[in-house]
Design a protein around this ligand. Structure first.
Ligand SMILES: Cc1cc2nc3c(=O)[nH]c(=O)nc-3n(C[C@H](O)[C@H](O)[C@H](O)COP(=O)(O)OP(=O)(O)OC[C@H]3O[C@@H](n4cnc5c(N)ncnc54)[C@H](O)[C@@H]3O)c2cc1C
Length: 441
């Protein structure tokens, strides 16, 4: 603590947005204090040890894309890029329950890979017919030229208005929307979906390449505290903030759960909306804060399956006609296991109420159906993780009302993946919000 408990800036929450805000404050020459209520760093992107297998697993598989500029700025700064594997070109094997498979391989030619690679990758897909390929390419061209008008539509309304067939929506756009927006096409904002397509899938260079961490997420972010300390910043773990102190519409500092008062004329909150609502003084009767209660969340169900049989040499796969959406091959230390798979179900409202055992059985059966090599494989251990409030659901209404980082209180700035960045609630949205927040104090 500083002798008189006064800081250049106080940042609440050591998730991605808080770390990004702290990093950018330090780059501006400030010495911030970062306060985290739990013992961990990384917030909703964290890992822990599974006691039975001894394996480190994440609270849910996280994947990044080449267009994650603000997020990678953070990872590069703390020297952890070598822990993330980059696909050279977007490569996604598709597996169907009847055992059929296909491959999206977005390699271009003559060094042109971005949108050209993506267009060629789509043309090479066997499960789409010629008509679907033509309408998809025309849509991609309209996106590239910026002549699509998503307005306040849902992604589904928008895709139909762009003459995308039911098959294209089911097999191509729904998996993209679920993976990047954690919502269903009939729920999410078309405006944000168009941004995702422009930046990631039809962006330049390697924007669409997938990046997959090769270590637990907590290990990826762990060097951050030492990085901060070496540059004059400080971190306080296992201590929540109970109130933001405000006088005459100017932030004065915060009060910790143990009653300690800390002072600063610049406070950045980098915590989810429901957590922010609890620490805003009741007297602060401003619509900016009362809106927080109207934000909806969307769940992600993740599971880990340890099998007694080797899984094919595929690092990741999109599986189709199933509740499970993605499969990632992981390594395991468990002696009796031959393979470990991480599975994800985004926007999992229909399944989140099922028992963990039901979910494990259902998903294991889907793996066996999609990979004939796995038929007869037994699950020797499983772990289901339900993140009921995984991300906010960015529907057209929420997108219109997402708060800007600058709050109506002087010196109080709000970051978080849910704030207005124009991006979905992702690692990149979180990192960008932190960067914007730091630039506002
Ligand atoms: C299962 C799952 C899978 C996901 N997959 C992907 C993916 O593949 N790709 C992707 O880009 N994104 C993914 N995401 C989304 C991504 O994890 C989030 O967008 C991002 O981590 C949000 O970061 P944040 O800093 O905004 O918030 P958080 O991570 O929620 O951080 C907030 C922090 O504030 C702390 N806090 C709360 N209240 C207080 C208080 N009063 N005082 C002090 N500290 C407090 C919390 O403990 C927490 O550490 C996934 C999310 C989940 C849950």
């Amino acid at each position: 603590m500083s002798p008189n408990n006064t800081f250049d800036a106080i940042i609440l929450g050591a998730g991605i947005s808080g770390m990004s805000a702290a990093m950018h404050c330090i780059k501006q020459g400030k010495s911030p204090l970062l306060i985290e209520s739990t013992a961990n760093i990384g917030g909703r992107a964290r890992s822990f040890e599974d006691r039975v297998s001894g394996d480190i697993i994440d609270n849910g598989q996280h994947v990044m894309m080449g267009c994650y500029a603000s997020f990678f700025e953070l990872i590069k700064e703390i020297g952890m890029m070598h822990k993330i594997h980059k696909q050279k070109y977007l490569t996604i094997p598709f597996h169907f329950t009847n055992g059929e498979k296909d491959l999206l391989f977005a390699k271009g030619f003559a060094g042109l890979h971005g949108s050209i690679g993506m267009a060629l990758g789509m043309l090479r897909l066997n499960f789409l017919n010629g008509k679907d390929k033509r309408s998809m390419l025309l849509f991609a061209l309209r996106l590239k030229l910026g002549i699509c008008r998503p307005g306040s539509m849902t992604a589904m309304e928008f895709l139909l208005s762009e003459a995308q067939s039911g098959r294209l929506i089911e097999l191509i756009w729904t998996p993209v929307i679920l993976a990047t927006m954690n919502g269903k096409p009939e729920e999410v904002s078309a405006k944000v979906f168009v941004t995702v397509l422009r930046l990631a899938f039809f962006g330049s260079g390697d924007a669409s390449s997938l990046y997959i961490p090769q270590c637990g997420l907590s290990e990826l972010f762990e060097p951050f505290e030492a990085w901060m300390n070496e540059r004059g910043g400080k971190m306080l773990r296992s201590m929540g903030v109970s109130t933001i102190d405000i006088e005459h519409n100017q932030v004065k500092g915060v009060t910790l759960q143990d009653g300690t008062k800390l002072f600063s004329s610049s406070v950045i909150t980098a915590i989810p909306p429901h957590a922010l609502q609890k620490i805003i003084p009741d007297a602060l009767n401003h619509s900016y804060f009362s809106e927080l209660g109207h934000i909806n969340y969307s769940p992600i169900v993740s599971l880990y399956l340890w099998f007694d049989k080797e899984f094919p040499e595929i690092q990741l796969s999109a599986i189709m006609d199933t509740k499970t959406q993605w499969i990632f091959k992981k390594t395991t230390k468990m002696q009796s296991a031959k393979s470990l798979l991480a599975l994800t179900i985004s926007a999992g409202d229909e399944i989140v109420g099922n028992s963990t055992e039901e979910i494990a059985n259902l998903c294991a059966e889907e793996v066996r159906q999609c990979f004939p090599e796995m038929r007869g494989a037994n699950v020797i251990h499983w772990k289901v993780i339900k993140e009921k409030s995984a991300t906010v659901l960015i529907d057209p209404d929420t997108e219109e009302r997402r708060p800007n980082q600058k709050s109506p209180v002087d010196g109080l700035v709000i970051a978080g993946d849910w704030t207005n960045t124009g991006l979905p609630a992702t690692l990149e949205g979180a990192a960008l919000s932190g960067k914007i927040a730091a630039s506002l104090i």
